[in-house]
Design a protein around this ligand. Structure first.
Ligand code: COA
Length: 159
């Protein structure tokens, strides 16, 4: 049987406990995960891609079978380069569904051999988003419970 490697893509600006929950549970389904950090220029991320790689690597260092890389191309092209054919995405709230459905169908049209799989985000993180964390941080609120401690420190340093 061949090893099943899934690619978990996202902007991770910053990575949250919600993303980590998907990674942890994804590892129960797949033999390994590649966390693929999209440069996402359009989103004008707060953290550079190198900063995001560093923070994600630190957050997943306890897992043996997780690799962290960045990409700046079509997601399906990245998967082809990695010889992978599974995309893992988290679904938080019903409103995610439309966007995720559109993205999955577009990717399927472009590369039918690639499958997108979805995991329901843990209930406690279903409302979480990186944008809210940045907004709370910018306005001086507490957000430590949403991210690992080293990420909280990196976010605080930005503001
Ligand atoms: N827990 C908490 N928050 C979560 C989460 C979870 N499990 N999963 C997603 N989120 C949040 C993120 O923090 C993010 O919040 P924000 O918008 O406030 O920053 C939001 O949900 C969605 O972000 P993310 O999962 O990072 O996806 P994205 O929309 O930024 O990126 C890509 C999607 C990178 C996969 C997509 O744009 C892509 O594939 N880009 C490459 C180019 C390409 O191939 N385009 C064609 C696509 S059809």
């Amino acid at each position: 049987m061949k090893n099943r490697i899934a690619v978990y893509p996202g902007t991770f600006d910053p990575i949250t406990n919600g993303h980590l929950d998907i990674i942890e549970r994804g590892l129960k389904l797949f033999d390994g995960l590649i966390v693929a950090i999209a440069e996402s220029h359009v989103k004008e991320p707060l953290f550079t891609v190198d900063e995001r790689i560093k923070m994600v690597r630190e957050a997943v260092k306890k897992y043996k079978n997780v690799k962290v890389e960045s990409f700046d191309c079509l997601l399906i092209d990245y998967l082809h380069k990695k010889n992978a054919n599974i995309i893992l995405r988290g679904l938080r709230v019903i409103s995610d569904f439309e966007y995720e459905f559109q993205m999955a169908l577009t990717n399927r049209k472009l590369a039918p051999e690639i499958e997108t799989t979805f995991m329901m985000t843990a209930e406690g993180y279903s409302y979480l988003s990186s944008r809210f964390i940045k907004e709370i941080a910018r306005l001086g609120g507490r957000f430590d419970c949403f991210v690992p401690p080293h990420v909280a420190k990196m976010v605080k340093e930005k503001f």
